[in-house]
Design a protein around this ligand. Structure first.
Ligand SMILES: Nc1ncnc2c1ncn2[C@@H]1O[C@H](COP(=O)(O)OP(=O)(O)O)[C@@H](O)[C@H]1O
Ligand SMILES: [Mg+2]
Length: 157
């Protein structure tokens, strides 16, 4: 986690955004935190919303609704004082910008849980062993787009 809770964070809900390649372990971590939270923390995931709303089909048009639904779930849980984890890849900087705005508007803390240190070959290995694989090409192309050339594997902000 980037930064420990400060005095100022006490009593405020926290929005945590994971960041990392497919199969780097984001959902596994998020589900564990949620399971241990006794209802205090909710997980919101675009893949699962896409499954529910669009039979898993991505399209530019569908994606606008997916983002609208993601944002309204996050906003609503934070407004009720609950913590939220958004456990998508979130490598494109637009997600951090948007989610930070929502946290700020709800007077919530914002944190990034960074999985970008997990090596790409390890992600590819884990991905190949799970049910819903994205495939090595997708993982390598996301690595090339967001992690390479941005200095020590850190994506541009
Ligand atoms: N720390 C870990 N060590 C080894 N395997 C892991 C670890 N975290 C997750 N996995 C496995 O890797 C696969 C992808 O994990 P997942 O959490 O779904 O990744 P993501 O949400 O980042 O795509 C799963 O099969 C999971 O069991
Ligand atoms: Mg996941």
């Amino acid at each position: 986690m980037n930064g420990r809770p400060t005095e100022e964070d006490r009593g405020r809900p926290t929005l945590t955004m994971t960041m990392g390649l497919p199969a780097s372990g984001k959902t596994t971590w998020a589900r564990r935190v949620v399971a241990e939270s006794r209802g205090r923390c909710k997980r919101v995931c675009k893949d699962d919303l896409r499954d529910m709303l669009d039979a898993g089909v991505w399209s530019g048009e569908n994606e606008e609704y997916i983002l609208t639904v993601r944002d309204s779930l996050v906003r609503s849980f934070l407004a009720d004082g609950l913590d939220v984890i958004v456990d998508d890849t979130n490598l494109h900087p637009k997600h951090e910008r948007r989610l930070r705005q929502i946290a700020k508007a709800q007077s919530a803390s914002f944190r990034v849980m960074d999985f970008r240190h997990v090596p790409v070959e390890e992600c590819i290995r884990r991905d190949s062993q799970r049910d819903r694989t994205v495939g090595p090409e997708v993982i390598r192309s996301m690595r090339d787009r967001f992690l390479v050339g941005a200095g020590r594997g850190v994506s541009p902000r």
